[in-house]
Design a protein around this ligand. Sequence first.
Ligand SMILES: Cc1ncc(C[n+]2csc(CCOP(=O)(O)OP(=O)(O)O)c2C)c(N)n1
Length: 356
Amino acid sequence: MPYKELDNGVKRLEILDENGEVDEELEPQIGESRLLEMYKDFVLSRKLDEKIFKMQRRGEAGTYARFKGQEASQIGPAYAMDSEDWFVPSFREGAFWVSRGLSLKKFFRYWMGDEFGHTVEGNNMPLSIPVGSQISHAAGIGIASQVLEKDAATLVYFGDGATSQGDFHSGMNFAGTFNLPVVFLCQNNQYAISTPREKQTAAKSLAQKARAYGFEGIQVDGNDVLAMYKAVKDALNEARQGKGPKLIEAVTYRVTDHTTSDDWTRYRDKEEVKRWKEKDPLDRFESYLKDKSIIEEEKIEEVEDKADEKVEKVAEEAKSMEDPEPEKMFEHVYSETPERLKRQLESLKSAHGGDS
Ligand SMILES: Cc1ncc(C[n+]2csc(CCOP(=O)(O)OP(=O)(O)O)c2C)c(N)n1
């Protein structure tokens, strides 16, 4: 029986525990070189997150939402996905971005306030700041895949707070009703800004919410990259085979502030944060790889140095790009710009001494 059953009837998947011990029966078969690639992505992601945070502190980037501590919930799924599958992010999926091979320069530019960061390629959607709005978009992509008879599934990310939004209901309801090839991935990092998970819903788990829409929801240890890989791989395969949608609740934790404009010490205690830091997904994966003799101290240092180098190089490239004209923000909002916005654009231009 691969999944544990919780007292609310929800299944839970755990493979690699906090001490780096692996359940060999459930361990997914991932080759050594791929495991090493995953590790490199972990390290690179963490360095990337740290770098943008520091840039924000120096005034070189805008408000930033860190993903530190949530890497396993992102790297595992990214490796489980096919390139033809659709990635529909929220705003806290930097590690997925790295593993999906998307442009790091664009990631930097996005958080530096440049819409260029939105021009992602392939079957990947741009970041979505309005909480939950991307969930209904994902259902729409699922419908399109069905109509066009594409062999692609969609993976949509959102947080625990987003499950209280109407878009969550619409997206999940459409997916259940039309048996859409969509996997809903809720990163339950325990807080929506200062609102704890217990104040978000009276339900015992977020996973069980799927029942109301007629499909299965499961819970996964979100700090366990192997479990996240397996759960998402299985769900995407089932979705592609026409078996319909699934909700995956990745139980993880936001170890940092909500964004750079938040202060977590005002709403949670230090002991709680410390307890979760001990469940760090990178430490856990590192000891697993050491046990398998895939990495040792020297290799770790080499991976870290390379990641530092890469992050510094891309950051410099991003910083050397010319900033866009503020007028750019009026583009791609409406297919036909309404009069009201045209007037605002004109007044912005004259304030900047532009065309007028
Ligand atoms: C529609 C909407 N309402 C409010 C906000 C302000 N806001 C930004 S993030 C956030 C909390 C989101 O929490 P959650 O969905 O759990 O994701 P997390 O930030 O924890 O990753 C809120 C309320 C917003 N961006 N969009």
